[in-house]
Design a protein around this ligand. Structure first.
Ligand code: SAH
Ligand code: AVI
Length: 329
């Protein structure tokens, strides 16, 4: 990760570690090693969201995209963009398209703007896409997706925005609404926004299955969780002892979310530049991630609050995962 302004990073860390429930922002998972560990998570037998989303992207979502024939795809939190290849292929299937100005353009002239905080990983993703498809105009944006998406003005329209992998779930409470409003502000009237979301437990989805996705037998999720401390020691100058914390993840049924924590196995004293020593007692935890789970009405409400209308919706047979295509109201 190209570290964001160090002062901003340190402010977030100091603030989070001064809360009654200590917490750290989940975006700090994603240095290059963290991004690779996330990729390994997506291959785990327990982690169903990626496989389920891949299958929905093939059918029916690719058909929605072909129908829309976007000229550009803006992907928020793109990571390796592995599943994105399905969307890019679907974009290329259109024929001539009439623009708002009455001119025609070929929809196989496509622009792809992946946005991610993980700079080195994003640049590698962009490079491999260019090699795979030299006709694709790839414009990576290393930035926080909650920041102004002003670069979108430069892209050929219409634009399809995408937020895949249930990353929306990592923005809890008001942050999810703010993120959707941020995207809404960047959208033109003919643009669309595709969102993937992990669903709450139900008839075809047990709490055990959900919790297993965050407590895999091989311990990859535990490594991913602990890697945040390694990244902060390197990028923020903290001195967390990685051997002194253990991974914990559980589903909070009342809140409808997975919480990931790092639990101190003994009393800890951590140096945080600018904040001196932060004490963490034995058994105390730092919350590193919230992963909110939704149902259709909650998501519709979130979209409506951001002036977005659901125009297409699908889920898999078991009701594990949903995809929504939304348009400006
Ligand atoms: N879209 C991919 C990757 C999901 S992992 C998929 O569906 O598999 C979440 C991605 O979002 C990571 O690549 C991470 O670096 C990025 N990310 C997390 N928080 C972010 C933020 N605030 N701004 C920009 N990128 C963010
Ligand atoms: C990227 N994000 C949606 C993942 C999730 O499921 O919340 C990150 C993750 N955390 C643990 N496993 C995967």
């Amino acid at each position: 990760m190209k570290a964001p302004a160090l002062t901003g990073m340190l402010e977030e860390i100091r603030w989070g570690l001064s809360r009654p429930q200590k917490q750290l922002p989940s975006k700090y998972f994603y240095d290059t090693r963290g991004s690779e560990l996330f990729e390994a998570i997506t291959e785990l037998p327990e982690y169903y969201p990626t496989r389920t989303e891949t299958s929905l992207l093939k059918t029916p979502v690719a058909g929605w995209v072909t129908e829309m024939a976007p000229a550009s795809l803006v992907e928020l939190g793109a990571g390796s963009a592995r599943k994105t290849r399905i969307l890019l292929a679907a974009m290329g299937h259109g024929k001539l398209q009439r623009t708002d100005q009455g001119t025609d353009h070929h929809t196989d002239q496509r622009t792809y703007a992946p946005v991610d905080v993980a700079g080195d990983f994003l640049r590698a993703t962009a490079e491999s896409l260019r090699v795979e498809d030299p006709s694709l105009d790839v414009r990576p944006q290393v930035r926080d997706i909650t920041w102004d998406l002003d670069f979108v003005d430069e892209l050929p329209a219409p634009v399809l925005f995408a937020l895949l992998g249930s990353t929306i779930g990592n923005f809890a409470g008001e942050a999810a609404g703010e993120l959707l409003s941020n995207v809404r502000s960047a959208m033109g009237e003919n643009d669309l926004f595709l969102v993937g979301a992990d669903l709450r437990p139900g008839a075809g989805k047990s709490i055990e299955r959900l919790e297993a996705a965050y407590n895999d037998a091989q311990g990859v999720t535990a490594d991913f969780n602990l890697n945040m401390l390694r990244a902060l020691n390197r990028d923020a100058g903290t001195d967390f002892d990685l051997t002194a914390f253990r991974h914990r993840a559980f589903y909070d049924e009342g809140e409808g979310r997975i919480e990931m924590h790092l639990v101190a196995e003994a009393d800890q004293e951590v140096q945080v530049p600018g904040a001196g020593v932060v004490k963490i007692g034995e058994g105390e935890s730092i919350r590193t991630e919230l992963s909110c789970k939704y149902d259709r009405s909650m998501l519709t409400g979130l979209f409506e609050a951001a002036s977005l209308d659901v125009v297409k919706w699908c889920t898999d047979e078991d009701g594990l995962y949903a995809m929504a295509l939304v348009s400006p109201m």
